[in-house]
Design a protein around this ligand. Structure first.
Ligand SMILES: CC(C)(COP(=O)(O)OP(=O)(O)OC[C@H]1O[C@@H](n2cnc3c(N)ncnc32)[C@H](O)[C@@H]1OP(=O)(O)O)[C@@H](O)C(=O)NCCC(=O)NCCS
Length: 150
């Protein structure tokens, strides 16, 4: 397994990015502004994350996704550990991530990796997404924001 930064000339794995974010418009926007990292196994892309500089000293993981057949095997945790390592090397002081109120597994993962909840952006998903999103029988309405001091 190898994690590396995607070159601007290479095409990002949009089918994976769409697992984490149903809005292709939002994906294209942050792909242009951020840095994309991929995880490869035997030459195949199995996971991706995108980091965006949001303000001086702060970065946000705006998308993270693991191929469905490879989920639950520790790859997501490795990607987050790698993003922390990369952010520290860049001198970033605060690393942020956000997820929906209905993303129970993601909330567990991020807190296990050391992120703390800093706020709730109420109705974020109702304002920014045209279609209703449901997970685990819960409507995704609010953005839970988490951060980590590096
Ligand atoms: C979220 C995602 C990136 C996690 O990657 P992954 O490789 O499946 O996760 P891991 O196998 O590394 O799991 C990491 C930890 O989270 C925990 N976890 C995952 N789902 C959980 C759940 N529903 N409840 C409790 N813990 C959970 C695992 O137990 C594991 O903990 P451990 O290391 O102590 O055993 C991946 O499942 C994915 O791509 N999902 C679809 C896209 C998505 O939702 N992206 C995030 C948008 S905010």
């Amino acid at each position: 397994m190898k994690i590396r930064k995607l070159d601007k000339m290479e095409s990002p794995p949009k089918e994976l990015l769409l697992l984490a974010d149903p809005s292709i418009e939002m994906i294209e926007d942050y792909l242009n502004r951020g840095e994309t990292y991929i995880c490869e196994e035997n030459g195949q892309v199995v996971a991706v994350f995108v980091m965006l500089a949001t303000r001086p000293g702060a970065c946000e993981i705006v998308n993270i996704a693991v191929r469905e057949s490879r989920q639950g095997m520790g790859i997501g945790r490795k990607l987050i550990e790698y993003s922390i390592y990369t952010a520290r090397l860049k001198g970033v002081k605060t690393l942020e991530i956000g997820t929906g109120n209905s993303s129970i597994g993601q909330l567990a993962l991020y807190q296990k990796c050391g992120f703390r909840i800093t706020g709730v952006d109420r109705d974020y998903f109702l304002r920014h997404y045209k279609e209703d999103i449901f997970e685990s029988g819960i409507q995704c309405k609010d953005m839970i924001r988490l951060s980590m001091a590096l």
